[in-house]
Design a protein. Structure first.
Length: 445
């Protein structure tokens, strides 16, 4: 290659990324970071693509991606020679970049792949220009422009979202012969009747502090998992012990305050009830992620891994949205910019994976200065983008949070302020926050 000719690939960047994934630890999930950029690995060289397939296969099963495991996976699939053998794997591991650099090097790899496609397109255009008739120039330019547009949109990814309405119309009509089942359930019968949880939906459960957002969403997760559907909870606000105590309180009807104290605060009957529910809880298809730093790319990877493992996109609960970080690098985005970016990315992830995503969200103080103190959709804090992206928004209100002697004490109003696929209305449920749960009014015993 001459000095004036630009590089068309970066073996060093590929090696840095593969090496980091081979040296990954549970403390920092570099495979998820790389996966957001590399996708299926088509931008990699054939040898590194084989390594990448082994890494993602292991990571999707929540297994380590260290050198011995990847070597074993490559032997199992018969791709070890294609990957360059054990010696090359060792060299990749020794050349790993830092965890915080993975996405930057992955961007470089993908950029070189895009450059190769771009250069190939220009070569084809030049070859056509050499032999085309003058009368066909306009058509040739149009064809080349279409190819460039295709490349700018990411090639095959653009095709998946483009086509004539009529092409799939017959199949859609035929699909309506069967009733459309919800992809997930909330466990609250009145709410399930109003808000249908369909694949690709993002549902926001919003309220002021102490309104029961975590109790509602954790209850939804438990109810959905109890039906055998895979469920994933990202808890940014509460740690493992606190969430586990809430699960035990809800299912075993043990006072949450007693679980928080432990020891002598727990009586024999409490222990007996917890031991009774333990087998069912251990068998639930319920996965938990307590990572303090959660980004959309991490959510996407968890969904992809669970879908691969269970054969079905999970229900995802995020508690809560405004605590998430953006995947955007560089600069210091404002809270509005960060939440807007996260909201939009979660909507894209839900649509592309078929998952249902339920997010807790905080409200501003607007409702507290309003007569009756009932919240409105416009009270969503930090970004109006949340309202734009959500399929449904459910606002929580408790009279007894402000007036303990209220005649509606023990009730939670679930105000459906937005519902893209159904009516807006108010559903009333009973809260038992001493057990960390809410229930249908008829079963609140």
């Amino acid at each position: 290659m001459s000095e004036s000719e630009p590089m068309m690939e970066s073996p060093e960047a590929e090696a840095c990324v593969m090496g980091a994934c081979l040296m990954a630890t549970q403390a920092y999930d570099v495979v998820a970071d790389a996966s957001r950029v590399l996708g299926d690995g088509k931008a990699l060289s054939p040898a590194n693509e084989a390594v990448w397939r082994a890494i993602t296969a292991l990571h999707g099963k929540s297994r380590p991606t260290g050198l011995p495991m990847v070597e074993a996976e490559l032997r199992r699939t018969g791709d070890l020679d294609r990957a360059g053998g054990v010696v090359r794997l060792s060299k990749l591991a020794s050349g790993a970049c830092g965890n915080g650099e993975v996405e930057h090097y992955a961007d470089l790899v993908v950029g070189y792949a895009a450059l190769r496609r771009y250069r190939a397109s220009l070569v084809r255009a030049e070859q056509i220009a050499r032999r085309i008739a003058p009368t066909d120039v306009t058509d040739a330019i149009g064809a080349h422009q279409a190819e460039l547009d295709y490349l700018s949109l990411g090639g095959s990814e653009a095709d998946a979202h483009y086509g004539r309405l009529g092409d799939d119309l017959h199949e859609h009509i035929k699909s309506l012969e069967q009733p459309i089942e919800a992809a997930a359930v909330t466990g609250l019968s009145d709410l399930d009747a109003v808000v249908k949880l369909r694949p690709g939906n993002v549902v926001v459960i919003a309220g002021r502090p102490a309104m029961g957002k975590s109790a509602v969403t954790l209850g939804v997760a438990l109810a959905n998992a109890s039906t055998g559907r895979s469920t994933l909870v990202h808890s940014l606000e509460m740690g493992k012990a606190e969430v586990t105590n809430r699960v035990l309180a809800s299912r075993a009807t043990v006072g949450l305050h007693r679980l928080m104290d432990g020891g002598e605060a727990l009586g024999d009957s409490d222990w007996a009830r917890m031991l009774t529910v333990l087998p069912d809880l251990k068998a639930l298809p319920l996965w938990m992620d307590y990572s303090a730093r959660l980004t959309p790319s991490r959510v996407r990877h968890r969904i992809t891994a669970l879908t691969r493992e269970t054969g079905r996109a999970p229900l995802v609960v995020i508690d809560y949205l405004q605590l998430m970080d953006t995947d955007q690098r560089g600069g210091r985005p404002t809270a509005y910019e960060r939440v807007s970016d996260v909201s939009r990315e979660l909507k894209i992830i839900a649509e592309e994976t078929g998952a249902v995503i339920i997010c807790c969200a905080q409200l501003n103080r607007g409702s507290e200065h309003r007569e009756g103190k009932r919240p409105m959709v416009s009270d969503l804090r930090d970004s109006g983008q949340i309202e734009q992206d959500a399929s449904a928004i459910v606002l929580l209100h408790r009279d007894d949070a402000y007036e303990p002697a209220s005649p509606h004490a023990g009730e939670v109003e679930m105000i459906v302020g937005k519902n893209r696929n159904g009516p807006t209305c108010t559903v009333t449920v009973a809260h038992q926050l001493h057990f960390g749960r809410v229930r249908d009014m008829g079963s609140a015993t």
